[in-house]
Design a protein around this ligand. Structure first.
Ligand SMILES: C=C(O[C@@H]1C=C(C(=O)O)C=C[C@H]1O)C(=O)O
Length: 138
């Protein structure tokens, strides 16, 4: 059976194995001020099946591989969003320097429509979050 290190964070807050904010799975030496029965988090192991929620090794393996692809995609998406933020900042600075306003609502409506047409209603919410990342809250 394949055994992997327990993930530092789990699927949802309060999930078994979740250490809480700011806690490390590698806590180092005990602090002297700790209460008598205080237990530092232990490094535990979870099977791949436990990590994925799958009921068979085959499904767990598939999910593990697909999650690696999702992590790689998320890295690329985050990189693209950061690139978009930089390009958007160039536009906003040029407009402000020229005497104009940071925000151009007509253009934002076009961006929102583009995402809604491609992704449906959640696309609008996604685009609104992205616009907030790019120009701050209005
Ligand atoms: C980048 C621009 O400036 C602002 C930021 C936008 C964006 O990040 O897409 C869109 C409209 C403006 O509020 C722009 O006018 O194109």
């Amino acid at each position: 059976m394949v055994v992997l290190l327990e993930q530092l964070t789990s699927d949802f807050p309060g999930a078994p194995g979740r250490q809480g904010p700011g806690r490390s799975a590698f806590p180092g030496p005990c602090r002297s001020g700790a209460p008598p029965h205080h237990q530092e988090p232990q490094m535990t192991t979870k099977t791949l099946t436990e990590q994925t929620g799958a009921r068979t090794e085959e499904a767990a393996s598939l999910i593990g591989d697909a999650r690696e692809r999702i992590d790689a995609l998320d890295d690329r998406i985050i990189g693209l969003i950061q690139e978009r933020m930089a390009v958007s900042a160039v536009i906003q600075e040029a407009r402000i320097t020229s005497g104009g306003r940071r925000v151009n609502l007509a253009r934002e409506m076009d961006v929102l429509a583009h995402y809604r047409d491609a992704l449906g209603k959640p696309g609008t919410a996604l685009a609104m979050t992205m616009l907030e990342l790019c120009r701050g809250r209005v």
